[in-house]
Design a protein around this ligand. Sequence first.
Ligand SMILES: NC(=O)c1ccc[n+]([C@@H]2O[C@H](COP(=O)([O-])OP(=O)(O)OC[C@H]3O[C@@H](n4cnc5c(N)ncnc54)[C@H](O)[C@@H]3O)[C@@H](O)[C@H]2O)c1
Length: 333
Amino acid sequence: MERPGAKNVLVDAINDRSARPVVIGLGHVGLVEAVNYAEAGFQVAGYDINKDHVKAVNEGRSHLHDIEDSRLAKLIESGNLTAYDQPACLRDRDVYIITVPTLLTEEKDPDIRPVENVAAAIKEALSRPALVVLTSTCYPGATRDLLFDPLAKEGFALDEDFWLAYAPARIDPGNPDWPMTKIPKIVSGMTDDSLELGKLFLEQTIEQVIAADSCEAAEMTKLLENSFRLVNMGFMNEMAHVCHELDLDAGDLGRREFAATVASEIVDKLGQPFKLDDDRTVDVSASIGIAIYPDDGTNLDQLVVLADSAMRQAKANGGNRFEFFKKKDAKAA
Ligand SMILES: NC(=O)c1ccc[n+]([C@@H]2O[C@H](COP(=O)([O-])OP(=O)(O)OC[C@H]3O[C@@H](n4cnc5c(N)ncnc54)[C@H](O)[C@@H]3O)[C@@H](O)[C@H]2O)c1
């Protein structure tokens, strides 16, 4: 079904908002995507296998804190957004945005069945050149394995019958200062044309779209981001234990005025015995201040100096580990 100039036709349709996108999966990410594109002036279809979900959306009832019912209802009323629970709605679409869940199986392996199901549905529906954008969090190689391969096997040609992009979802639920539109987004494409179309489409709702060199690289950025977050959460949980032992309120760590005090307390209490619940040890390094106060204008230099000072004292006290945790029954006098 080669159509000369098909890419240019889609470029024009995206630019003049006549392109017809469908968002597949109207969950935490998908409903926000659907609303954003509908508000940008596109006639958006939302497809979800959860019938209750679809009914609620069409009745203007939002399941997301970040999207008020009135905002949703306005889009439904204007016809810019319509939700469907049948795959027939996937026919005659110009853009497929995939936002289905990618959780874990009971064996803790990635459960990619929702993406496989969507690929099968798109395969059935694809009847004109269209852009496919996967946004679900996936392993490096997933866009190729789960979308390119099945579509190519079916006889669809990349850059002629479809273009394929990967752009991991990034949202900060409940934070009105950082709506999805303001959070920079990574995009990648299986080909240069796929990247160009994917970037153009995302730029209709996202202020800053950054191109990655390959889909694998973009997939990896998402895993890096999530792993980074997990490590930081784990670190802060440990810090909360430490604060508890020091009779400090971990919640107060969020206040920049409190930052220097925390570091001073650590310095003051060095070498003293602590009342503890278990025997874990915690490294306290200069990164303590940075990990806690990423971008709020705190004087990081001061924090780094204080934390570094704590580390030096720990070393002077006989080691390069600052031991917060000792067994309760082993506490010194
Ligand atoms: N929620 C977040 O904060 C967040 C942030 C970044 C990335 N992500 C990633 O985005 C993806 C979507 O996450 P989410 O939180 O929106 O999930 P979600 O569970 O809130 O929503 C997914 C929706 O997809 C629907 N669905 C499942 N299979 C389907 C199918 N075959 N066809 C159509 N619809 C289908 C479900 O019914 C559900 O409504 C995941 O890969 C997730 O890891 C989520």
